[in-house]
Design a protein around this ligand. Structure first.
Ligand code: ATP
Ligand code: MG
Length: 548
């Protein structure tokens, strides 16, 4: 059993340190810069960097940039920003797979010289025929027994650009009858006449992932190479390459990837949503990307707490998104200052309050944390309350405002509603109330009971704001597992925009500032420059639906 906060990987590391197999722990996080990081990557980041931190070792940030056509430097900068935002630091240990292209080429030549690799002209489809199916041995391709000399010449020609894309590949010569298809002479180098963001036109052949990854780990002296379960079947190849080349052998350990309900976690599918404008961009607050969650107002501490709670296992599962929201709410409940905002404004006129009257009430920033102080909130004759906080024909159990009923305006006064003014269609356009001047600060002077407290914003001093209310991006619990196109399960109501009013100080909020709008939920000032009014994103509602 693992110690609390530990996992099966830490058990392995404990044993490796105890036996003296290793004296330090070196891990790596190896994103391919072909998209933005998502919450699944956060799990890997917390494990890779968190493990290094726990053991006083180090974690390398390594860009796996072996495919020049899918990758983009835009993603590189975003990935760095996201890892830092999550709270991790690679120090001087930033690496690029492409920095090793020379050494990887030499390794490939070495494999040829050892009679362990050959150039193969079969097309992908033709090779599939030779490779066969797992339950029956494959057939040896005709080019398999070329001489070392011939292979060296052909590989050099591949490198020199004498062949077109796809004309041939370099294959590891392993075992065409292995039950593991990855060992049936996998391609390790392919021709791609495409410039690379780092190496420019220097190369027209690029190493395949399986060849590159183990070499990168080995060159960097990684001790424990942690990856997701789908790479388990690649591990024998990882070991074969390093063993055959007599190179230092890191050990690869696999863990279950994070799958989260009501969302998808594939970069390819997320890119599809961006390209087809189903979302505004990678950082749309509905996206499961780290930049989307940041813009939505998710604190990095909450994401780390979530990752710690889900732990690291070898069993695939679907994690309830409500657990992530629970951690977000937990953190914000402790840290987010309280403010008042009205999302569906109904005007209230305090008819016995002076026309030009104004009072400033000092309201606590956090009722449970007096040390966080107070903020000034102006009150005036005309205010806004939530439309839902008034009901004309209220049932007995309705506690909020109705005709003849007294309620407390948070931190201001006790008011009684006398009249609901309607337009020609019978819709209520404003309420007329009177206040008890003795109840300044919202306290009943005689201790009389007031059944409810509602929030409000001064009509005169408050500001309009665009409030973006988000719901789940998908209607299906597991859109990736549904039949047909995952996009059919997009939630048409995942974004609702309303114009609300906010207490005056909120208009000066900096992008990324998080607040609790009292009685509504947690909100975050949007990071896009506001056009003509402040914009707030709903981070998460107040109610916790997590059932543990
Ligand atoms: P995607 O499937 O979204 O395209 P990927 O695995 O191709 O992701 P990489 O950039 O190669 O993306 O991933 C970098 C690291 O993050 C890898 O070690 C990978 O195993 C890990 N990772 C990716 N997705 C998840 C996930 N959902 N849960 C945990 N780890 C993940
Ligand atoms: Mg990958």
């Amino acid at each position: 059993m693992s110690a609390p906060g530990g996992n099966f990987i830490h058990d392995i590391i404990d044993a490796d340190l105890a036996s003296g197999k290793h004296t330090e722990v070196i891990t790596r996080f190896p994103p391919e810069p072909n998209g933005y990081l998502h919450i699944g990557h956060a799990k890997a980041i917390c494990l890779d960097f968190g493990t290094a931190l726990k053991y006083g070792g180090r974690c390398h940030l390594r860009f796996d940039d072996t495919n020049p056509t899918a990758e983009d430097t835009e993603y590189v900068e975003a990935i760095k920003e996201d890892v830092r935002w999550l709270g991790f630091d690679w120090g001087d240990h930033l690496y690029w797979a492409s920095d090793y292209f020379d050494r990887m080429y030499e390794c490939a030549v070495e494999l040829i010289q050892r009679g362990k690799a050959y150039v193969c002209e079969l097309s992908q489809d033709e090779f599939k025929e030779y490779r066969g199916i797992p339950t029956e041995p494959g057939k040896e391709p005709p080019c398999r027994n070329r001489s070392v000399e011939e292979n060296l010449v052909l590989f050099e020609k591949m490198k020199n650009g004498e062949f077109k894309d796809g004309a041939c590949v370099l294959r590891a010569k392993i075992d065409m009858s292995s039950p593991n298809l990855h060992l049936r002479d996998p391609a390790i180098y392919r021709i791609k006449h495409a410039p690379h963001h780092n190496t420019g036109d220097k190369w027209c052949i690029y190493p395949m992932y399986d060849f590159a990854h183990c070499l990168e780990d080995s060159f960097e002296g990684v001790t424990h190479s942690l990856c997701t379960l789908e790479f388990e079947v690649h591990r024998p190849l990882y070991d074969w390459i390093l063993e055959t080349l007599d190179l230092y052998q890191p050990r690869q350990y696999e863990f279950a990837r994070l799958n989260l309900s009501y969302t998808i976690m594939s970069k390819r599918k997320l890119l599809e949503l961006v390209k087809e404008k189903r979302v505004s961009d990678w950082d749309d607050p509905r996206m499961p990307t780290l930049c989307g969650m940041r813009r939505r107002g998710y604190p990095p501490e909450a994401i780390r707490a979530f990752c710690a709670e889900i732990g690291v296992t070898k069993t695939e599962s679907l994690t309830d998104v409500a657990l992530l929201e629970h951690h977000v709410r937990n953190h914000l409940n402790e840290t987010a200052p309280r403010r008042m905002a009205v999302l569906d404004p109904l005007k209230v006129i305090i008819t016995d309050y002076p026309e030009d009257g104004c009072e400033i009430f000092d309201l606590p920033n956090h009722p449970q944390k007096p040390e966080t102080g107070t903020r000034p909130v102006p009150f005036s004759r005309e205010i806004y309350i939530e439309r839902a906080d008034f009901m004309e024909d209220a049932p007995g159990k309705y506690k909020r405002l109705t005709l003849g009923r007294e309620v407390r305006l948070r931190g201001a006064y006790l008011v009684t509603c006398n009249e609901a003014v309607k337009d020609a269609d019978g819709s209520i356009i404003e309420l007329h109330c009177t206040h008890d001047p003795e109840s300044r600060g919202g306290n009943a002077p005689d201790g009389r009971k007031v059944r409810s407290t509602i929030h409000w914003v001064s009509a005169k001093y408050g500001n309009e704001a665009e409030i973006r209310l988000y719901d789940r991006l998908f209607t299906s619990e597991n859109p990736a597992a549904e039949d047909g196109d995952f996009k059919e399960y997009l939630n048409p109501d995942s974004l609702k925009i309303v114009t609300g009013v906010i207490e005056p100080g909120l208009a000066e909020a900096d992008a990324g500032d998080r607040f609790q709008f009292e009685r509504i939920g947690y909100f975050c000032a949007d990071s896009e420059t506001p056009v003509d009014k402040p914009v707030f994103n709903l981070t998460v509602g107040l109610r916790d639906s997590w059932k543990g």
